[in-house]
Design a binder for this molecule. Sequence first.
Ligand code: COA
Length: 211
Amino acid sequence: MSLPLRATWSTPQGLLTAIEPGPAEVKHAAARLADFYNDPHNAALLTNTIRFTPDDVVQLFADARAEGTRPLLYHRGGELVGDGDLRNITGTDAEIAVLLGPRALQGLGLGRRFATMTLALAYEAMGLLRVHAMIRPENVGSLRMFGALGFTKDDSPMARSFAEEDDDVCLSLGKTEFLAGAKEALAEIRLDVSESVETRGGSGEMRGARG
Ligand SMILES: CC(C)(COP(=O)(O)OP(=O)(O)OC[C@H]1O[C@@H](n2cnc3c(N)ncnc32)[C@H](O)[C@@H]1OP(=O)(O)O)[C@@H](O)C(=O)NCCC(=O)NCCS
């Protein structure tokens, strides 16, 4: 069993954390997550087909876990503002999903910051080499956010294997490009890399000691 993923980032927008929750934390967050998922705008972009109850959310996380997904809860200043995950994980690749729940907080750069933290965990704590994002073509915000992070169109058979719909836009980003593009952010993000397969600074200790 892997140790829980954990990243923190002190930003002008507040202290951001991305933490892999245990069952009790999921239960605690479930009602608010259900509200995020059920918001009509979010539900349309997430292509949700059901209205979630808190129990549905708990079940969703349990099912995801059983499939090997690494879920994350996103907090700003202690307040739950979204969730994300790394799913369909192979030895080298995974798919990322990010939700910044409150409509009033969308479009302010927070989604991009939490996506950056999730990618830092993917490449540096989990040792992945390429992360994929499957986006509905109408999801302009998501396309812009992943584009700004350096993701580019990838129609390779490997990338397309993550798609659920024929017209999903398949994007991907390699580790080298991410590390180069996110240098400034990475200098500020603290990761718990106690399970790291590789470290940037050469010390195998907590990344937190760096930041
Ligand atoms: C997609 C999502 C994660 C983006 O997070 P966010 O905090 O709103 O986005 P950011 O402010 O970090 O945006 C990054 C870029 O996208 C742009 N953007 C964000 N929302 C947008 C929207 N609705 N329409 C157009 N552009 C948008 C921002 O202006 C910014 O562009 P810039 O860097 O060129 O200025 C968030 O809006 C969300 O969760 N939406 C609902 C669920 C969803 O679609 N999840 C993604 C499924 S793959």
